[in-house]
Design a protein around this ligand. Sequence first.
Ligand code: ZN
Ligand code: ZN
Length: 502
Amino acid sequence: MSNMKMLWLSLLTVMMPSKTLVMSLPLWNPVLPTQPHAGPSEADWEFAEEYLKHFYGYQPKPDRRKRTADNSIDADWTTGFCDKVQEMQRFFGLPQSGELTKETLEVMKRPRCGLSDVERFGDTMRWKKHNISYRIAGYNLTIPASQIHKLFKAAWKLWSNVTPLQFRKRSRKEADIVISFHSGADHKDGSPFDGKKGILAHAFMPGFGIGGDVHFDADEDWSFNSTGFNLFAVAVHEFGHALGLSHSSDPGAIMYPSYNFAPNYEPQLSFRDVKDIQHLYGIGSNFAELSSKNPPPRTPDKCDPDLSFDAVTQLQQEILFFKDRFMWRKHHQFEETKITLISSLWSDSVPYSLDAVYENSGRNFLLFFKGHQYWMLRQLNLEEGYPRNIWDLGFPSRIKSIDAALHFTNDHYTVFFTGHECWRYDEQQKTMEGSPTLIKQQWPGIPYPIDAAVFYEGFVHFFKGNVHYKYDSNSKRVVSTGPANDLLECKKDNNEILMEGR
Ligand SMILES: [Zn+2]
Ligand SMILES: [Zn+2]
């Protein structure tokens, strides 16, 4: 889409009063259908403005957004604001509409680190020595001190494992890095905390005085186990800042700004984090041995020729490609397809490493399959009573999981693929129709077991390993084959190329 058109769309949507906003929605349908008259509220606008000021360096003009009697809004304000929304959407892998969609607001409202996403510390912001001391200042949490000490020691170790850095705890004054917990708004550094959720912690880049210091919001529900925020994960992230790292838009990185950890998750440095910290301090002597045993996980790359998918589904005007904890969202209006976390859309409602996903657009739900369980979601929310067993759909007990699912909207049925068989499920009667048929008879030319299947632009697209099969279901033949990632249009932006050059 041309920039002009994008701008025009953005202007239109922001400038319209709320009733007209709903009318104009078909131009850009957010992935989650907006409820009637549920445009952003005045409080949402203000929240978004504050968010963009804080994290994206948005500087509104002094006479910004004057709502006049005729409801018109200053056009300068509109473009500046939309550009920043777009920048934020790009960072988080959202479709870059520049509009304050419901899901954009959802992502903005996720708990996160207090540091900016656009300020770069630069390579000079690092400690000029390898022995770094830290001190844990007073705190009044219910967690025992010994546990806190152990946890921070372990968090530093993740960074010292991959670099020549050494961290020593000091119990009295005079440490490079002071770690502390602060409750309530002002704690005399100009960056107040905000009570529960919202901003969880912040840190200062390396330097004298407050430089390198790490502050946690004492009002959060910090935890070591199954509830609340994983203190270890947040500590590893903040310590990254204290060593000189900025935020990463790689959703697999520990330096990703929003909180994305299940309470029991065992945080680790990703390949990206390791590259970035080694760029500042060099490679630790134990690194080769440690990484051969336990290599830092790489975030899937849409340009990887060996890329395969767990599941692929249509979702309104988008195609979603799932891989591990991640997904790519392809929308025909937006050229760039960026990677994001599954949890950025559905929080922790659905598991990762899925087997199959499909949308029933007529009845407005999504089903996610993993193992013998499935989850039903409407918009962002998990329906009550889920997950359920796949046997409830009419599969015999010998079927332990599903490979792929393909929904036929007009005919109201879904085909499930399991091993060499396929099953037809009647969505209206909610019954499995008879016994399974063989894939080689129903879909000649398609290998099995398959990984994923989806309808797109009049064809069925099958995926197995790193191969994509485009299938014409009328003539029952494979029309073409290509790399599995060919629908993702592998085009790296300059920033990504720069990052990899390191
Ligand atoms: Zn951060
Ligand atoms: Zn602070």
